[in-house]
Design a binder for this molecule. Structure first.
Ligand code: GDP
Ligand code: ZN
Length: 305
C-alpha cells in the first residue's frame, strides 16, 4: 500500500493513506538510500510503500523517487546531512519588517537556497498591522523588488486573517513554512488550520529551550493542501557550494552575468563586470548584491553553509 509520510518522531513515521486513514510505521535499521548520506532515511513528504506484517505492525519497505528534497547539515560534526522534507512544491518564508525585523540578507539566503533545491519560493510579510506609513512604503518597495524577480509576495496580519485569501496561497500543494522565531508562524498555522496545532509565543519559547532534538517536523492537511511545519529550523542552508555557483542562485545576477567579460567572474570588482555595473546603475538592488557577497564570503570560510 502506498502512503505519504506526514510525521516523523525519530523512532516511527506517521503515514497517510489515500483513503484518509493514517498509521504508525517503522523502518528497518538497515534501510538505506543509495547516493544520499543522511541521518534520516525517510522524511516528511516522502511517498512510501507499506507492508503490514501478521503481528499488525506496519513497515516502510520502499521509498518512491523524490521530486526534490531539502537538507540541512546534521548538527553533529559528521558530513552526513539531515533531510528536512521531500517533494516540496513550495517554500514559504514568513517575514516581518518590525517586531522582529527580518533582514534582507536572511530573505535572500532563503531564496538562494530554494533556487539551489529548485523549490519555488514565496514571501509572506506578516504583522502588517504594526507598520506605520514609512514602514508600509518600505513594505511596498520590498514587495515590488521580489515580485520583479518572480517571487510571489503576500502581506497579511495573522491576527486579522482574511482566511480565504491566505488559504489560496497554499492551495493544491505541499508547502514548507519557514521563518525566524517570533514572526508569527505558529499564529498563522493555528489561524488557517482552525485549531491549536502549534504553540505560540510566550509559552513556547521557555518550553522549547534545549528541546530541539525532540521537536519533529509535521505536515498538516488543509483541504487539498499540506503545510509542513519544521519547529526549531529557522531556515536552511546551502550545502557544499562552489563560489562560482553562488551567482546562479540570484536570478537577476545570473541573467546579467552573461555579459561579464570573464565567464568565471565573481562580480567583486573584476574588469568588465556587468553585474557590478548593473548595481551601480540601480538595475540590481544593493540589498541583493550585499546578500550575494555575504554568501560568497561564507564559501571562503567553509564549504558548508
Ligand atoms: P513564531 O515564533 O513564528 O511561531 O511566532 P508566534 O506565532 O508565536 O508569534 C509571536 C508573537 O507575535 C505573538 O505574541 C503573536 O501574538 C504575535 N503576532 C503574530 N502575528 C501577528 C500579527 O499579524 N500582528 C501582530 N500585531 N502580532 C502578531
Ligand atoms: Zn561579473
Amino acid at each position: 500500500m502506498q502512503g505519504l509520510v506526514i510525521k516523523t518522531t525519530g523512532t516511527s513515521y506517521g503515514v497517510y493513506f489515500p483513503d484518509g486513514t493514517t498509521a504508525d510505521c517503522h523502518v528497518k535499521g538497515n534501510f538505506r538510500i543509495r547516493g544520499i548520506r543522511s541521518t534520516n532515511p525517510i522524511a516528511i513528504g516522502d511517498n512510501v510503500e507499506i507492508t503490514q506484517l501478521e503481528d499488525g505492525t506496519n513497515w516502510i519497505t520502499e521509498l518512491r523517487d523524490r521530486k526534490n528534497y531539502i537538507i540541512r547539515r546534521s548538527t553533529n560534526l559528521s558530513y552526513a546531512s539531515h533531510i528536512i522534507a521531500a517533494n516540496v512544491d513550495m517554500a514559504a518564508l514568513i517575514v516581518t519588517l518590525r517586531h522582529p525585523e527580518t533582514s534582507t540578507t536572511f530573505i535572500d539566503r532563503f531564496l538562494a537556497t530554494c533556487e539551489a533545491y529548485r523549490v519555488p519560493a514565496c514571501i509572506i510579510f506578516n504583522k502588517v498591522d504594526l507598520l506605520n506609513v514609512e514602514e508600509l512604503q518600505e513594505l511596498s518597495h520590498l514587495r515590488q523588488l521580489y515580485e520583479s524577480l518572480g517571487y510571489a509576495t503576500y502581506a497579511i496580519s495573522a491576527l486579522q486573517l482574511n482566511n480565504d485569501e491566505v488559504k489560496n496561497i497554499f492551495q493544491n500543494r505541499i508547502t514548507l513554512l519557514s521563518g525566524n522565531s517570533g514572526v508569527g508562524k505558529s499564529t498563522l498555522l493555528n489561524a488557517i488550520l482552525g485549531k491549536d496545532v502549534a504553540r505560540t509565543g510566550a509559552i513556547s519559547s521557555a518550553h522549547h529551550k534545549g528541546m530541539h532534538t525532540t521537536t519533529f517536523s509535521e505536515m498538516y492537511p488543509l483541504n487539498d493542501a499540506w503545510i509542513i511545519d519544521t519547529p526549531g529550523i529557522k531556515g536552511f542552508g546551502l550545502l557544499d557550494i562552489e563560489k562560482e555557483e553562488v551567482g546562479h542562485y540570484f536570478r537577476e545576477i545570473f541573467n546579467i552575468a552573461r555579459d561579464c567579460r570573464y565567464s568565471n567572474c565573481l562580480h567583486t570588482g573584476e574588469p568588465g563586470c556587468a553585474v557590478y555595473q548593473a548595481v551601480a546603475d540601480g538595475k540590481i538592488a544593493i540589498s541583493r548584491y550585499e546578500s550575494y557577497l555575504s554568501i560568497l564570503e561564507d564559501t571562503n570560510e567553509s564549504k558548508y553553509r
